[in-house]
Design a protein around this ligand. Structure first.
Ligand code: GLU
Length: 417
């Protein structure tokens, strides 16, 4: 059976604890989220029926600052998944050195089967039910899988109605017209592009000779594809929930983005004519230079790891490779730029948005992108340095870097009371 996502995360923490000789008490702190909330969310559906959805908000750590992390809408979301994602957020914020702890939220639902008005009511009721534990200085939500700027606008509205005033800094990834930051929507994909360019440079590879396959054509995959194509890389395959498209000569990303996002409702890639159709498993197993899993966790597991041919994996998604599969890939010499570094562009620009919201003073796109690049390259270099010095993988190095920082914060604060 495939190792669970949370199991993978805990095993990586355990391995790192040993490596950095972590104090046992601090290790125990990291193995458990600080606070977990499960809520039952009644929603009046458009036909008048009442449906009850289950939602979660898990706060893993607030030792380095307010908790931070997205909200995911997915039929398979469960408490264990949200725990794993919250834990990764703590580590991600520490790698990027933004002043946050980690959290995550999720609602078990299939958003493709809900109307916009149902989604709005679901979002506002979920927000009301997690309100006791979120706040601009406590826990700041953001988008994740199947949520977007519109969803965050609804979160902001719900909180603002309770407060009796507009509260901008309660959430990031808001619409730009509601105080969101320019560049936030593209930030995770841009960060994936920057990390990919950086790893190509380190491994002395020319972007022009680089073939890339991307799993996922959402907010992360589609933006990464477009920006990497602009850098001269050849995007040979992309996929979404419906399956993938393959073209050894390269895919015209712009055209595909227009097809998928050009009308009211998002179109599925399987309905696009023009390229060879493949499924998601085939995409992962393509003979490419770089594979970018940018969809969900547990995509590369003990079941398919032996078939992976890419030389480099850049994790756009959170947790796309299980710990067991990781060990096999490391053995094979495949380089992985780990999620907590590779996809940190989103939370970094979330931090910029939060700062802008607090000050009600807004930056331009050059300012956002310049500062994003500065932080990302610094984190990349720090991870690379540890990897070289300690002769470990980039994932091990990123975990070591973040866990040392978190341990330091725990030590400096002391255990209350
Ligand atoms: N959901 C994104 C992530 O997994 C962004 C979180 C945020 O901006 O707070 O990193």
């Amino acid at each position: 059976m495939t190792q669970s996502f949370y199991e993978s995360v805990l095993q990586r923490i355990d391995a790192t604890a040993e490596r950095v000789k972590l104090n046992q008490g601090v290790h125990n702190i990291l193995r458990q989220p600080e606070r977990e909330l499960t809520v039952a969310i009644p929603v009046v559906m458009d036909d008048g029926d009442i449906k009850v959805f289950t939602g979660y908000r898990v706060q893993h750590s607030s030792v380095r600052g307010p908790c931070k992390g997205g909200i995911r809408y997915h039929p398979d979301t469960n408490l264990d998944e949200v725990r794993a994602l919250a834990t990764l957020m703590t580590l991600k914020c520490a790698v990027a050195n933004v002043p946050y702890g980690g959290a995550k939220g999720g609602v078990r639902c299939d958003p493709s089967k809900l109307s916009k008005t149902e989604l709005q009511r679901l979002t506002k009721r979920y927000t009301a039910m997690i309100l006791p534990i979120i706040g601009p200085r406590h826990d700041i939500p953001a988008p994740d899988v199947n949520t977007n700027a519109e969803t965050m606008g609804w979160v902001m509205d719900a909180v603002s109605m309770y407060e009796g005033q507009t509260v901008l800094d309660i959430v990031t990834g808001k619409p730009i017209d509601l105080g969101g930051s320019v560049g936030r929507r593209e930030a995770t994909g841009r960060g994936v592009m920057l990390n990919t360019m950086e790893i190509l440079k380190r491994l002395k590879k020319n972007p022009k000779d680089t073939k890339i396959a991307i799993q996922g054509f959402g907010n992360v995959g589609s933006v990464a594809a477009e920006l990497l194509e602009k850098q001269g890389c050849r995007i040979v395959a992309v996929s979404d929930v419906s399956g993938g498209l393959y073209s050894p000569d390269g895919i015209d990303v712009k055209k595909l983005i227009d097809f998928v996002y050009g009308s009211q409702k998002r179109r599925l890639l399987q309905n696009y004519d023009g390229y060879e159709k493949i499924n998601n498993e085939e995409l992962l197993e393509l003979d490419v230079d770089v594979l970018i899993p940018a969809a969900l966790e547990n995509q590369i597991t003990s079941d398919n790891v032996d078939k992976i041919k890419a030389e480099i994996i850049v994790e756009g998604a959170n947790g796309p490779v299980t710990k067991n599969a990781d060990d096999v890939l490391a053995e094979k010499g495949i380089t992985i730029v780990p999620d907590i570094l590779a996809n940190s562009g989103g939370v970094i620009v979330s931090y910029f948005e939060w700062v802008q919201s607090i000050q009600s003073f807004f930056w331009d796109i050059d300012e956002v992108n310049k500062n994003l690049k500065k932080i990302l390259i610094k984190s990349f270099n720090e991870v690379w340095e540890i990897k070289e010095k300690e002769k470990v993988t980039m994932r091990d190095a990123a975990f070591m870097l973040s866990i040392r920082k978190i341990a330091k914060a725990i030590e400096l604060r002391g255990i209350f009371p």
